[in-house]
Structures are given as C-alpha cells and as structure tokens.
Design a protein around this ligand. Structure first.
Ligand SMILES: Nc1nc2c(ncn2[C@@H]2O[C@H](COP(=O)(O)OP(=O)(O)OP(=O)(O)O)[C@@H](O)[C@H]2O)c(=O)[nH]1
Ligand SMILES: [Mg+2]
Ligand SMILES: [Zn+2]
Length: 334
C-alpha cells in the first residue's frame, strides 16, 4: 500500500468516518469501488480499524481499504439475520452492568460470548455500587466469582470513586478497551472519570423521556493520559449471538471439557445416557443456570448459522434462475 498513510477509525457516522493518526485527524469516506465490493456490513470500516488513507485536504481524506483485523466484536442485528461489527482491534471488552436494576448474570455471559468469539478478553465492571449495601454487594460479588471463576471484575462507583484507581491501573498503555452494556449503566460516566473531565454527555435515567432512550448515539474512541485507548458505545438492548460457537466453547470450557467424555460424539447434553454434562449437573458440580444459559446461547448460534445457510441456498437458487432466464432471452433473440 505504497503512497498511502495509515490511520485509525475513531468515530463512525452515517456514511462517514473520523480517522486519526500522529499527524492529524480527517473526516473520511470510503471509495466507490470499496462500496461496490462490499458484500456485507462486515466489509465496511468500523471503529478501531486501521485503514489506508489518502488526504484530499487538511480536513478530508479517502479510505482505500481496511487492514486485516486482529480481533473484533460483533453481534446479530436485532430482528435481522445480519452481523453488525461493534468495534475492532480490541484487547479487553469491559462489560458494564449497574447493580440496581440492570444486574443479570446471563447477560454477562452473553457479552462474554461475543467477546471471546472475536478473540477479545472480557472483564466485568460492576457499577453504581454506591446504591446498595455492603452486604448486598458482597452477595453479588460472591455470585460473580462463583459463576465466572476466571473473569476479572472491578466494582465501581462514580459517586464514591470506588474502583476507579484500580480500573486505571488495570488499563495498559497502547491497549484498546471497549465499554459494552445496556443504556444507563454508566459507560460514558466511567470514561469521563478516566479522562478526568466531562467530555462525554451523560444523563440521568429518570430524565430520559422514553424508557430505554440512549444518550450515547455513536461509537467513539478516546485517548487516556496513561496511553490507553477506550471506545464508548451506545447502550445495547439486545445482544444477539451470531455464529459464535467458538466463543461459546471457549467461555463454557467447563462444559466443553465434560462433553468430550460424553458417550456419544453428537451428544446434545439434554437427555442422552452416558452424558457427563448431565452427571455433573445432577451432582451439583455444574451450576444449573450456567447450564441452561449454555443451551440457550448454543441454540441461538445454531439458529443463526442455519438461517445463514438457508439464505445462501436461496441466493444460489436465485442466481441460477437469473442465469437460466438470461439464456432463455438470448435464445429468443433479445
Ligand atoms: N449512583 C450512581 N449513578 C451513576 C453511576 N455511574 C453513572 N451514574 C448515573 O447513571 C446515569 C447514566 O449514565 P451514563 O454514563 O449516561 O450511562 P451510559 O451507559 O453511557 O448510557 P448510554 O449512553 O445510553 O448507553 C447518569 O445519570 C449517571 O450520572 C454510579 O456509579 N453511581
Ligand atoms: Mg453513554
Ligand atoms: Zn453430553
């Protein structure tokens, strides 16, 4: 890619991107050719991508192509069987939940799945701990430790500043961190704290006019003084699983290991005799909620995969039909 410079995508707007490198910042668009060649949403640049650009002037640039992605986080577009890239080249995904009304262990697991599937290490930020008693917090932390024994977690509060120093030390120079979670859990508030000033707009949930309204509307990258890089995201209502079977197997390694010892290779771990997963479940060694969530996520991933195959087959059939129709037309002298 001689003659181009390399920059990183720091914000994604509708149809345009802000890109940045050591020598400047530009508003950039992709080339028409690139748009033409894009087969799906995954082929478009995303926040976190390294891209080859050429400068049009001091403010504008053209993106010629994205460099291969090291890691990426994606989910299923709600309602559609399509994949949405959330961000790329991430080292750690902070999954943020607030202790009040958002706390949900299954949801944590869902996020871990999409992170793990994209090669990203997940970690937990349990926010707004100022809203509950010490006993209640200890109970929740014990639950988290028990269910996710090998995932790092930091309890935080922007009111008491608890956990913020720990969070800062956790973040290393040159690494990229992505903040994920429902709307209103405090992702932007935490990033403001890390930045040391209120750069991002945040809003009290009580003031949000309709339920579930998002305050942050675009993905944006910020640079901390200690050299680490963070990406703020709009809150997500649904975290649909795509073809994330690798992520599921990684995340539920306890179940994956047991499954290797099942009597049948294609064991579904639901009713088969000689199923080691069921044995562990009955003896109480395997957490029941974890088991149920595993089956749930697995089913979702398989459904996505199947729908994708069906769609591909339909496209293939349609392609054949067009070809045949063209031949017919030719025969008839058109
Ligand atoms: N009590 C308490 N409130 C907090 C804490 N962190 C954030 N909040 C409040 O929660 C509300 C929502 O915070 P935001 O940072 O806008 O939440 P968000 O996750 O960025 O939301 P979206 O941008 O919609 O995804 C604001 O009123 C914050 O002041 C906390 O640690 N304790
Ligand atoms: Mg926000
Ligand atoms: Zn089994």
């Amino acid at each position: 890619m001689d003659g181009f410079s390399v920059a990183r995508v720091v914000v994604e707007y509708k149809g345009a991107y802000k890109v940045k490198n050591m020598s400047g910042e530009w508003m950039a668009k992709i080339t028409g050719k690139q748009m033409f060649n894009a087969l799906s949403r995954e082929d478009y640049p995303a926040v976190g991508d390294w891209v080859a650009i050429s400068e049009t002037d001091k403010e504008r640039a053209v993106i010629h192509r994205a460099l291969p992605r090291r890691t990426m986080i994606k989910r299923k577009y709600s309602g559609r069987n399509e994949t949405q890239i959330i961000a790329t080249n991430i080292d750690v995904a902070f999954v943020v939940e607030s202790v009040d009304r958002d706390y949900n262990l299954n949801r944590f697991e869902r996020y871990f799945c999409i992170a793990s599937d994209g090669g990203i290490k997940p970690a937990i930020l349990l926010n707004k701990i100022d809203l509950i008693s010490k006993e209640e917090l200890d109970f929740k932390l014990a639950q988290i430790k028990n269910r996710f024994s090998n995932i790092d977690f930091i309890p935080t509060s922007i009111i008491t500043n608890e956990g913020l120093d720990e969070l800062k030390t956790y973040m290393a120079k040159g690494k990229t961190y992505c903040f994920l979670g429902s709307s209103g859990v405090g992702k932007s508030s935490l990033i403001n704290k890390l930045l040391g000033k209120n750069i991002i707009r945040t809003e009290n949930i009580g003031l949000r006019t309709n339920r579930g309204k998002h305050v942050t509307t675009s993905r944006e990258m910020y640079f901390l003084e200690n050299g680490s890089i963070v990406i703020d995201n709009p809150g997500m209502r649904e975290v649909g699983i795509t073809d994330a079977s690798v992520g599921i197997d990684n995340l539920f390694d306890e179940i994956t290991l047991l499954a290797k010892k099942c009597k049948y290779v294609d064991c579904t771990h639901i009713q088969e005799p000689g199923c080691e997963v069921l044995v562990a479940l009955e003896s109480g060694k395997l957490d029941e909620n974890k088991y149920l969530n595993y089956l749930n996520l697995k089913k979702e991933a398989e459904h996505f995969e199947m729908t994708k195959l069906e769609k591909r087959e339909k496209d293939r059939q349609f392609g054949k039909f067009i070809k045949k129709a063209k031949k017919q037309l030719k025969k008839c002298g058109y």
